[in-house]
Ligand binder design. Structure first.
Ligand code: ADP
Ligand code: MG
Length: 323
């Protein structure tokens, strides 16, 4: 069972940022309104994630670490769960298989909290402890028992950069949640959770970009698009400034990226990559969605309509703005 978990872990846990992604998504699912992520040495020695969400009942804790164990109801068409569809109930077991994990958690209904230790997939202890409502995960010494995987990691600085990038995108996808990201004791990101996407864009990208945005609101049959795109003067040389979310999840999609870029290019040939922060809400009737288990790449079985509408939306909005 431990060997299987280690193998499964390879699918879910590629590097520190994958641990952060899974645990932050769990915190979001737990209805947290404030989430703090702290890492040391790129997340290899320590990842600490604290949320003020619903917590986990003591009796449920060991079960949550079983493979394929999930408290969340899943339907194929439950697109809210899109980015973790490939990892049904696999995150905690996978992370615990390749690290030393400490969990402190308390539900509002319980008088005391719980502290659970699990290392390399082996339960070490479960005890009562005083704790605030919510959950803290400490993930120490990632890949300590899989040295080959550890060797594939990049420098601490590069790994920290991946986590930083992820935290920025997650913060952009949830303006209503306050996020704090601390790297080696320094606060790198701190959003207020006031629900204003533009404030977060300002905070992350600065004044020049925030001052040159066009707001997007559009509704179609089966989907809607909200957010901001940059005016052509802030077009960028690569895709790092294209963020898009589907039903609140940070994903990647060649089809969506191409729609945004083609829509932009239709307006101004010389600018290839737009600045975008867009949330696309799909009701599930328009497309079938498949997620590759170890990537965030999303595939649409019939994305033609989405592609055309998105591209047209961008070029129309850019043209209007110039009038
Ligand atoms: P999944 O998210 O697919 O259900 P995970 O392995 O990520 O699977 O988590 C297993 C279970 O642990 C979740 O279904 C949830 O019940 C519980 N859980 C994990 N993290 C949290 C958290 N931060 N707050 C509350 N419950 C949590
Ligand atoms: Mg999860």
């Amino acid at each position: 069972e431990q060997t299987i978990d280690k193998i499964a872990a390879g699918e879910v846990v590629e590097r520190p940022s994958s641990v952060v992604k899974e645990l932050v998504e769990n915190a979001i699912d737990a209805k947290a309104t404030a989430i703090t992520v702290e890492i040391k040495e790129g997340g290899t020695s320590l990842i600490r994630i604290t949320d003020n969400g619903c917590g986990i009942e003591a009796a449920q804790i060991p079960i949550a670490f079983y493979r394929h164990s999930t408290s969340k109801i899943r339907k194929v068409e439950d697109l809210v769960r899109i980015s973790s569809l490939g990892f049904r109930g696999e995150a905690l077991s996978s992370i615990a298989a390749v690290a030393q994990v400490e969990l402190i958690t308390k539900t509002p209904e319980q008088f005391t909290g719980s502290r659970y230790l699990i290392e390399g997939g082996k339960e070490v202890s479960l005890a009562e402890i005083g704790a605030p409502n919510g959950t803290t995960f400490l993930v120490k010494n990632l890949f300590y028992n899989t040295p080959v995987r550890r060797k594939f990691l990049k420098s601490a600085q590069t790994e920290a950069g991946y986590v930083n990038d992820l935290m920025e995108r997650i913060a952009l996808s949830h303006p209503e949640i306050s996020f704090k990201f601390i790297n080696n004791g320094q606060i790198r990101l701190h959003t207020s959770g006031n629900g204003k996407l533009k404030d977060i864009i300002y905070h992350i990208y600065g004044r020049d970009i925030a001052a040159n945005l066009l707001e997007i609101h559009a509704e179609y049959e089966g989907f809607s698009v909200d957010g901001f795109i940059g005016k052509p003067i802030i077009a960028r040389g690569n895709r790092n400034f294209e963020s898009y979310f589907i039903n609140g999840r940070y994903i990647k999609s060649t089809l969506i990226a191409k729609a945004l870029e083609d829509g932009y290019r239709g307006f101004m040939m010389q600018h290839k990559y737009p600045f975008t922060v867009l949330t696309i809400s799909l009701d599930g009737t328009l497309v079938d969605v498949n997620v590759h288990p170890n990537k965030m790449e999303l595939r649409f079985s019939n994305g033609e309509i989405l592609y055309q509408q998105l591209a047209a939306l961008l070029s129309t909005r850019l043209r209007e703005s110039e009038l």
